[in-house]
Ligand binder design. Sequence first.
Ligand code: COD
Ligand code: ZN
Ligand code: ZN
Length: 382
Amino acid sequence: MERAKCSAETAGKVIVCRAAIAWTINAPMSIEEVEVDPPKAGEVRIKIVSSGICGSDNHILQGKLKIPLPAILGHEGAGIVESIGEGVSNVKPGDKVLTLAIPQCRKCDSCLHAKGNCCLKEDVCHPVGLMLDGTSRFTCRGRKLYNLFGTSTFTEYTVMHEISVVKIDAAAPLEKVCLFACAFPTGYGSAVNKARVTPGSTCVVFGLGGVGSSVVLGCKTAGAARIIGVDINEEKLARAKAIGVTDCLNPRNFKKPIQQVVVEMTGFGADFSFEAIGTIDTMVAALESCNLSYGVCVIIGVPPEKSQLAFEPMQILSGRILTGCFLGEYKTRDCIPILVADYMRKKINVDPLITHTLPFFRINEGFELLRSGKSIRSVLLF
Ligand code: COD
Ligand code: ZN
Ligand code: ZN
């Protein structure tokens, strides 16, 4: 089922296929026929097999994160290389791959730095929606469509730069490992890489969606003794207990600010706090929940466009560290295949995060499940 069709039939030609198009914000996407151009030099055309629905896709549809429209959204994809452009050497037709919102060109300032992972070839903070040559590979009804983070996975076929595509284990189940393209590394890496959670520590995780749940898995792997989960959705809290949360807090059940509750229950604040929601209030609450002297607060949620984070400087003058990261600070092409290999060896399990699997044409239903809080991750199958 996951085998690519003979790419000789389609290579070098325009492919007509179905894609979900976001014409405007605050409206359902429409599934329509699109034309997908062949890959140019350094590009790869991929037959998408699965795609997770991420909170960031939803932020875009709700206008919280602005990108040029009309566009094909989706970035948490897994698929099979259909054809490659001139000079592509890292993947070949038939390879199983993941789509990366953050490329790794291995040449820019960030890629050359030992820790940098924000490759300068894709600006996820201000997405332009076009390939590096300033053009698009998608058209619909004669109109050019923009891409998302150079990925666009809500389509049967997409075109990406080679530097944003990574080959994974040929035996990997594509209907599951799409989570390694975003949710899992984003959360897990923020705990094990960015915060470097220590054995026996206390952690607090704000937001228990796909990303926050992956933070929990990272804290657990790192040996945290106590993991406090904060969410306004009781169902999320119940599910989080099954994956390692030791204490559940619903801010709606308290009259005082939730950060005060966390500080009181931990004595002097958590060792590590994580924000996986994307609101200013919860970012401040996460900061104030960690120890004022040695606490580390990692912001993961993407904030509303043009918002400002304000807090008393004293909050960090005391020694607290406020930081953040994209995609768990992983150098994507180097590290993500290793995480997939760990999954194959059963060292990591993302299966509990997949609460729903839907055929691609039910994409809008998948978004409804996310908005209503019923899903952690919905995976679309093509
Ligand atoms: N207090 C407590 N919990 C809340 C509140 C609140 N005020 N508001 C919402 N929540 C809970 C919801 O009930 C839900 O459980 C959770 O927060 C959010 O989860 P989801 O499922 O909506 O979203 P995710 O887990 O997919 O998270 C995505 C982020 C919202 C973190 C999003 O901003 C993101 O993906 N950030 C990662 C940035 C990054 O590295 N991006 C790379 C490509 S996305
Ligand atoms: Zn994402
Ligand atoms: Zn780079």
